[in-house]
Design a protein around this ligand. Structure first.
Ligand code: ZN
Length: 220
């Protein structure tokens, strides 16, 4: 687990003050260290109002809404989210260097700074380079791959402020909702959590993020 110092928290506060959030609305935000530093520009807005920077990839905007809707409903069903997040608060950034994980077929990943894991420090030889499937950047940008596999996971961080590892119930929503099942996702059968992302079968793959958290009022 990453230990965040007061100075990091302070940097988080400064960064929060610089984010654009014009109207007064209650947008979620989690404080913590970002392990990507990507630029976001809105290329598209989904029908529900989520801003998307697809970085030139083919990204299914309906799937963005579908995944977020299903994850949101699931998190409310299990009682960790009191009310839906305003979709116009949300930003999805597809990482520009997204690529197939060379070690795990069918998994997409992107570069991120995982040097706080000893096995991910630069110069450490490994068969499977450390990479991410999803992270939260700058408190509220959900960075994902084009297949949106980690979108529900990152949404869970942003919406609930919860850290990794998630409880089994939260993981059911966070790691169980995917574009392929979001339309029919049944949040009633909580308990059969699928943590495919964390059980990636590649020891040095660290696909997800860690970050301490709180919420802020946006648009002060
Ligand atoms: Zn996570």
């Amino acid at each position: 687990m990453i230990r965040t110092t007061k100075s990091l928290l302070f940097l988080g506060l400064l960064a929060a003050g610089q984010t654009s959030c014009g109207e007064a609305k209650d947008c979620p935000y989690i404080y913590g260290q970002s392990i990507t530093a990507l630029k976001f520009k809105t290329d598209y807005t989904t029908p529900n109002g989520v801003s998307v920077d697809n970085s030139g990839f083919d990204v299914d905007l309906q799937a963005v809404d579908c995944v977020i809707d299903a994850a949101d409903e699931c998190l409310r069903d299990i009682g960790v989210l009191n009310r839906s997040v305003d979709r116009t608060c949300l930003q999805v950034l597809v990482a520009p260097d997204s690529h197939e994980n060379p070690c795990v077929a069918g998994h997409q990943v992107f570069s991120c700074d995982l040097s706080y894991y000893p096995e991910c420090r630069p110069g450490v030889e490994r068969e499977c380079p450390c990479a991410c499937a999803g992270v939260v950047q700058d408190g509220d940008i959900m960075v994902t791959t084009p297949d949106l596999a980690a979108l529900a996971h990152e949404y869970t961080h942003v919406a609930t402020g919860l850290f990794d590892p998630f409880s089994k119930e939260v993981s059911y929503c966070a790691d169980g909702v995917r574009p392929a099942n979001c339309a029919t996702f049944n949040s009633a059968s909580v308990g059969q959590a699928s943590s495919a992302l964390t059980a990636a079968g590649c020891r040095s793959l660290v696909p997800l993020d860690e970050h301490p958290t709180t919420r802020r009022q946006c648009g002060r």
